[in-house]
Each structure stands twice: as structure tokens, then as C-alpha cells.
Design a protein around this ligand. Structure first.
Ligand code: UD1
Length: 420
């Protein structure tokens, strides 16, 4: 059933919140688990619809999945005997492209429909393909499917033309069992890549350098069972940090790796918010008056594109002009038109949004267009005068676990309404 959120305006976030496991790690770890015939145990998985869809996909290949406890799954890929997941499932989920690397790495073949996901502009996968080809895979594109075959994958030196999270992980997946050594240069450095590398190394892989821009992988013959706990979700954490700042609230964000959130903490401090870091928590205290600032998205450790819409909403509160430049995705500005309905003064020039902050927002009916933009609307709703309704929340559910309950836990009213 379709659902909407009702957000009560002019509320302050207060209290504590514990962050869930990282969506973008989990979405790579599940396909990675198919690299072994043994049973793999994953803990701290977030309960989000993207994970449910990915589990349906891996079950459709013959894997069995059971849940021995809360947020914990055992994946048994011993019976995987299909290499072409149904396109109806794959089309809904961008991260299904990790099955290319894992199936190719284990079986030397994969047939995957071109992946779906949020519409953020063109999202090519040429760098993934370039990596697989360099390792000796034959790549054919027909009828919207990518067909990959390889007698034996061989290690290769691969220079990525663009810094890509997906390509870096996918090449790692294909390379762990390849013959010889693979070197990925200009690799992405996101914490989720390190998490996947740690998981694979726990299975017996030999990956060095994850978290730097040169990753070296020495192929091994076999991978075995492992137990692994997913790292905390820095984007979920950043969402609540920015929401606290935007509502002049006071929130303790717990169960995080503060280093992963340094780009966010730095920008919040720049606008006048107090952020203090402990070993595994960040406390955020808003300010009566925010300062404008400029934000440019970059690959990690730059400011994350996945928090660009949230930051834009926060800057609407800062009197003066702020600039937000989106360097990762060409069309990640779908949220601007909706925010204008609330009275937001934002103009777009190329890849830069010019924000004239300091004017109060009014409530409106908004339609979520993508996952992160949708979450940013909740923050805008909390800042605005009156009640905001956000429809199409299936996008938000893809990557945030019961986000309305999480907001309720920090003292604000966000209600889910099932549409008739
Ligand atoms: C991942 C994240 C997404 C995040 C993004 C950037 C997952 C499931 N999703 O997406 O939340 O917003 O990283 O941090 O982890 N590109 C190419 N050719 C390629 C691959 C990418 O040109 O073969 C371009 C893309 O169009 C984009 C840029 O490189 O402009 C970065 O994309 P990439 O890092 O690959 O993003 P995703 O892995 O899709």
C-alpha cells in the first residue's frame, strides 16, 4: 500500500539515537557472500526495503537465507545454480550490479539486466565493465542484459577514469578469486569499501589498501565461511545530525564511527553548530543563528552527495547566500522544485544551487522523488510552519529503516499514513 508522512512543523530534535548498519555496505556484502559455498553470517543489517529486494534476488539464484536473530542473517550460497536474476527484481535496485562481480568471480559467468535505482541523471557502469574486461571477461550487451563470461579470470592493472564506489567494489569482488594480482588505481575510498574488503579478507581473500586510492588484490583459490558485523550507516547518522542542526535541537548520535562523519561535522561547525565527538558517538547542539556556507560534494573523504539535499535544506535557515555544488551526480537536484513549494529561495546554475537563506518555510504537500531527497523533505517539514505531507515514501523506505519511528524517538512528530 502506498504511504505518506505527516510532519508536524517547528519542532526540535532532542534525545539519543543509535545508528543502524550501513545500507551501502550491506548491499555489497550480500552479493559478496555468494563468493563462497560456505555459510556466511552477517550481523547489524538494516531492515530496509532495498535489502528485502536484494534477498529476493539472491534467493532466486538458489541461495538460502535464514535469520537466526534480529538484524542477523545466514546466507548459504552452496546451492546457487542460476546466473541470471529476474529483471523485474533487478530493475528496482541499483546495487544488484554487485552480482556481476560476485557471480563472475565464483562461476565465471553472470547475466544481469541493466540496473535500476534512483534517477540522479546518467549512471553509466562503463568502469565496472572496463575492469571485468581487463580481467579477461567477455562482455556482451543484448536486450538490456549484460552477459559476462570468463574461462578463467586473470588479475590485471585497472585505472578507474572516474572515482566510483560501485566499480571499485565490483572489481574487488571479481578479483578475489582471479588468477594472480589485480591492482585498482584511482579507487574510491569510502568506508563501505573498507567494510567489504574486511569481510572478504575474513573469508580468506588477500586485499590490501582498501580505504586508499590503490587497492591490491592477490587472487586465492578458495573462500570460506565468515561472521561479520556491518559498519554503522554514516548517511543515516548524518541525516539525524543535520536534522538536529536544522531544528536547533540537541541530539546524541550513538553507535557511529565519528571519523566517517568528519566531512559532515566540519560543515556543521562552519555554520555555527556545536559538534563534539566521543569514541563512538557525536553530540550535536544547534544554534539560534546559523551562518551561510558553501558545500561541494566529492568522493570520500569529501562531503557526501547522499547528504547534499539535507544540507541544502539546513542552509535555507542560514541568513545570507550559500552555494551547494553537486560534483558526483549530474541531476541530483530533483528536490529543489519541491522545496520551492515551501517558499525556499533556490536557483540553479549548472551544477550549483544558490540558496538565499533566512526566510521561513511554510508547509506544503511534497512528493519524494528519490531516497535522500525524500529524507531531506522531512527535515524541511520539521523546520516549516504547519503540517507537511510527503507522499511516495517508498523511496525513503528503500534506505531508512522506519524513519518516522526514529524521528519519534528524538521527540518530534512524523506519522506514517497509509493511503487508501
Ligand atoms: C554509490 C552509492 C550511492 C552514492 C554514490 C556516490 C551504493 C549502493 N550506492 O553509488 O549511495 O551516492 O556511491 O557516493 O553504494 N560513474 C561512471 N562510470 C561508472 C561508474 C560510475 O561514469 O562505471 C560515475 C557516476 O555516473 C557518478 C560517479 O561516477 O557520476 C560516482 O558513481 P559511483 O561512485 O559509482 O556511485 P554508485 O556506486 O552508483
Amino acid at each position: 500500500m502506498a504511504a505518506s508522512f505527516l510532519v508536524k512543523g517547528q519542532q526540535r530534535l532532542t534525545g539519543k539515537i543509535t545508528i543502524n548498519g550501513a545500507k551501502n555496505s550491506a548491499l555489497a556484502l550480500l552479493p559478496a557472500a555468494l563468493l563462497t559455498e560456505d555459510k556466511v553470517k552477517l550481523d547489524n543489517l538494516p531492515c530496509i526495503t532495498d535489502i528485502d529486494k536484494l534477498l529476493d534476488i539472491i534467493r532466486s539464484l538458489g541461495a538460502s537465507v535464514d535469520s537466526p536473530g534480529d538484524r542477523c542473517l545466514c546466507i548459504d550460497g552452496g546451492n546457487v545454480d542460476r546466473f541470471s536474476p529476474p529483471d523485474t527484481l533487478v530493475n528496482q535496485l541499483r546495487a544488484s550490479y554487485y552480482l556481476m562481480g560476485s557471480l563472475l568471480g565464483r562461476f565465471g559467468r553472470a547475466e544481469i539486466p541493466l540496473p535500476g535505482g534512483c534517477d540522479l541523471g546518467p549512471r553509466p557502469i562503463d568502469q565496472h565493465i572496463k575492469g571485468f574486461s581487463a580481467m579477461g571477461a567477455k562482455v556482451e550487451m543484448e536486450h538490456g542484459f549484460i552477459k559476462l563470461t570468463a574461462g578463467e579470470l586473470r588479475g590485471a592493472n585497472i585505472y578507474l577514469d572516474v572515482v566510483s564506489v560501485g566499480a571499485t567494489i565490483n572489481i574487488m569482488l571479481a578479483a578475489v578469486k582471479a588468477e594472480g594480482r589485480t591492482v585498482i588505481e584511482n579507487a574510491a575510498r569510502e568506508p563501505e569499501i573498507v567494510d567489504v574488503a574486511n569481510f572478504l579478507n575474513g573469508m580468506g581473500a588477500q586485499i590490501r589498501g582498501a580505504g586508499t586510492d590503490v587497492i591490491k588484490i592477490q587472487g586465492v583459490k578458495n573462500l570460506h565461511a565468515v561472521e561479520h558485523s556491518v559498519i554503522p550507516d554514516r548517511i543515516e547518522a548524518g541525516t539525524f545530525m543535520i536534522a538536529a542542526a536544522a531544528t536547533n535541537g540537541e541530539v546524541m548520535v550513538e553507535g557511529v564511527i565519528p571519523r566517517h562523519l568528519e566531512p559532515v561535522s566540519a560543515k556543521l561547525k562552519e555554520v555555527g553548530v556545536t559538534v563534539e565527538a566521543g569514541p563512538d558517538f557525536l553530540s550535536v547542539k544547534g544554534a539560534d543563528l546559523l551562518l551561510p556556507c558553501d558545500v561541494k560534494t566529492f568522493p570520500y573523504p569529501g562531503f557526501p552527495t547522499d547528504l547534499q539535499p539535507h544540507m541544502m535544506v539546513l542552509l535555507l535557515k542560514a541568513p545570507g547566500v550559500s552555494l551547494v555544488t553537486e560534483n558526483i551526480f549530474e541531476r541530483r537536484f530533483g528536490h529543489i522544485d519541491e522545496l520551492r513549494k515551501m517558499g525556499a529561495r533556490i536557483t540553479l546554475e549548472g551544477r550549483t544551487a544558490i540558496i538565499e537563506g533566512g526566510h521561513n518555510l511554510t508547509s506544503a504537500s511534497l512528493r519524494a522523488m528519490d531516497l535522500r531527497g525524500g529524507a531531506a523533505f522531512i527535515i524541511a517539514g520539521l523546520m516549516a510552519a504547519g503540517d507537511t505531507v510527503i507522499s511516495n515514501v517508498k523511496y525513503i523506505d528503500r534506505g531508512y529503516e522506519r524513519i518516522e519511528e526514529r524521528f519519534q524517538d528524538v521527540g518530534v512528530t512524523v506519522e506514517r499514513m497509509e493511503d487508501c
